[in-house]
Design a protein around this ligand. Sequence first.
Ligand code: KIV
Ligand code: NA
Length: 265
Amino acid sequence: PRRVRVHHLQAAKERGERLTMLTAYDAVTARIFDEAGIDMLLVGDSMGNTMHGHLTTLPVTLDEIIVAARAVAGAARRAFVVADLPFGSYEAGPEQALASAVRVMKETGVAAVKLEGGERSVPQIRALSQAGIPVVAHLGYTPQSENALGGPRVQGRGHAAEEISQDAVAVTEAGAVAIVLEMVPAPVAARITEVVRVPTIGIGAGPQCDGQVLVWVDMAGMGDWTPRFAKRFGEIGAALTAAARDYADEVRSGTFPAAGHAFDA
Ligand code: KIV
Ligand code: NA
């Protein structure tokens, strides 16, 4: 399969072909999603919640992102792989952002990094872009700022719609190659999608974005709770529970391992 590259994202927008993105945090899921034809894989700092058992994304470290990103980039043959810059790895300014992003690019093999923020992150986006590192921006609800935003809440309603649109233009002018829009009113996301050149990837941002992204455990039905903007496309949690129960039953009853699973002397 031909590798998805940055110009393919732009071409998809121009042709009106919707882009698909899922998170992945390890080689197992990266291979599965890549083989399923998912265009973009995001090594998201949502791994803090989904994989590491944290309540927020804030504790996730650059080292943790790098380990996961190396696994995902190594397993994906076609997908465009993006790694999140975690909280604390870029806010201090363009130099800190560049140092963090250079580490990610040198040590993992991903195609791009993602960072949160509009106007406030423009110097960082410009510095990385000028260094040849593609940047995906992330606007709307930005989980790394959840303490300031008061938790997961729709951003860009009313007067704030204009602000988020300006942010979208600003990050595009700074060099962002795509923009994630999270929990943004559908009409606002639609207007941003029309106005900016680069693809918008929505999560809780309605159907008019150029692409969609979901956290894979939400998409696969792994948790007991699913955000309103997500949809369970499978019941993998229930399937895994059933497999583990069957395994335990067969071990306890002596059915597994059978003769064929054992070795002769
Ligand atoms: O970390 C993540 O999973 C994300 C997506 C929600 C866009 O940033
Ligand atoms: Na993230």
